[in-house]
Design a protein around this ligand. Structure first.
Ligand SMILES: Nc1ncnc2c1ncn2[C@@H]1O[C@H](COP(=O)(O)OP(=O)(O)OP(=O)(O)O)[C@@H](O)[C@H]1O
Ligand SMILES: O=P(O)(O)OC[C@H]1O[C@H](OP(=O)(O)OP(=O)(O)O)[C@H](O)[C@@H]1O
Length: 327
């Protein structure tokens, strides 16, 4: 089937085609009941139960497609959106200076944080080297895939060093720090003599440690986000998908805690389980007892159960939540 000709009338939704964000993104789509079958080697999949087409793209390119309004929705890293926006700002500055700027608004809007893909974009240097602060790298060679963010970061340091307070004074000036664009394995750049320092992502720190590097500064903290174009083709469908995805994320974050407690201890117990809006309290068929049920954040559930026991709750059950539609 010629999929490209079946896109008419469908909302286009970009999903990372590989890498760190792929599996968690597919899990979200499944939780949101977005059903599709991706044919081998095809980067477009038509959704069976909704007028949506999924477009599988590199995470780094998704902000461009969404920002240009070619795709309506996308999942990517906050770092990628920031890098794209910094690139758009640099282009706008360059074009303004040569009077070529077309004045068209570009960029995407963040709908929500998706709670996975958390890591930091950090300045890293050889662990046993002479540099201990990022200002020591001004005028040196920096290897990175995030060239625009790295350029902005070092431009700010250069401004500080030169006592410049108005960013406009930096426009048109050549950066003393040399930003070297690398598309992967950035951590190898220092050992191979290509760079004095790098700007790269760090999650566990294993890659950095194995390459003999240490972090000396953080450019930004990032996680996966859902973004939309400024003028999506079907805003109602965007809202529906956003609401489903929000429901899946809430279900992943919370558990349902149920317990029985003597009525005279109810206030003490519900202080630990206030629920999202309020706990549900029902009478038990036993004088003086009530049953309580409330959503509790998964990461807090063990201490909450300890506290409930201490205030006299009994028969405490914790249940997984399949899905939700909450505010
Ligand atoms: N170690 C990591 N831990 C958590 N999230 C990460 C990590 N590395 C990258 N990410 C997130 O995933 C996004 C995509 O990175 P990833 O390296 O998986 O992409 P990719 O498309 O496979 O690119 P490449 O081919 O350059 O590796 C990053 O922009 C970041 O938001
Ligand atoms: O702190 P860690 O948990 O070790 O993760 C950090 C590594 O993960 C990313 O690279 P990735 O493995 O995606 O490959 P790449 O170097 O090809 O981008 C990033 O660029 C680091 O190299």
């Amino acid at each position: 089937m010629d999929l490209v000709n079946h896109l008419e009338g469908r909302l286009l939704f970009a999903v990372p085609k590989k890498g760190r964000l792929l599996q968690a993104s597919l899990n979200l789509l499944e939780g949101a009941d977005i059903q599709f079958k991706r044919e081998n080697r095809l980067d477009i999949a038509l959704v069976k139960n909704l007028p949506i087409a999924l477009i599988f793209l590199p995470a780094a390119d998704i902000p461009t497609f969404v920002g240009e309004g070619r795709v309506d929705l996308g999942i990517t890293g906050y770092d990628q959106v920031q890098e794209h926006d910094a690139g758009v700002r640099a282009l706008a500055r360059a074009r303004r200076m040569s009077n070529e700027w077309d004045g068209k608004p570009r960029g995407c809007e963040t709908i929500m944080d998706l709670g996975f893909g958390s890591c930091k974009l950090q300045v890293q240097v050889p662990a046993k080297g002479e540099y201990t602060e990022s200002k020591h790298l001004v005028g040196k060679n920096i290897g990175t895939s995030f060239v625009h963010l790295a350029r902005d970061f070092f431009a700010r340091l250069e401004m500080e060093q030169e006592g410049i307070t108005d960013p406009k004074q930096m426009e048109g000036r050549k950066l003393r720090t040399k930003i070297i664009e690398l598309s992967g394995s950035v951590e190898a750049a220092c050992a191979l003599g290509v760079a004095d320092g790098i700007v790269d992502l760090v999650e566990s720190g294993e890659t950095m440690k194995a390459a003999g590097l240490k972090a000396i500064d953080t450019v930004l903290e990032t996680s996966a986000i859902l973004i939309k174009s400024k003028a999506p083709s079907n805003p109602e469908l965007v809202d529906l998908i956003a609401s489903r995805i929000r429901g899946v994320i809430t279900a992943q974050r919370f558990v349902l805690c149920q317990y029985n407690v003597p009525r005279d201890r109810l206030a003490a117990a519900t202080a630990f389980t206030p629920g999202k809006r309020a706990p549900t309290v029902t009478s038990l068929d036993e004088e003086g007892w009530v049953a309580v049920s409330a959503m509790v954040e998964k990461k807090r559930i063990a201490p909450v159960m300890d506290d409930l026991l201490k205030v006299g709750a009994e028969d405490i059950l914790v249940l997984d939540i399949q899905n939700t539609r909450c505010n």
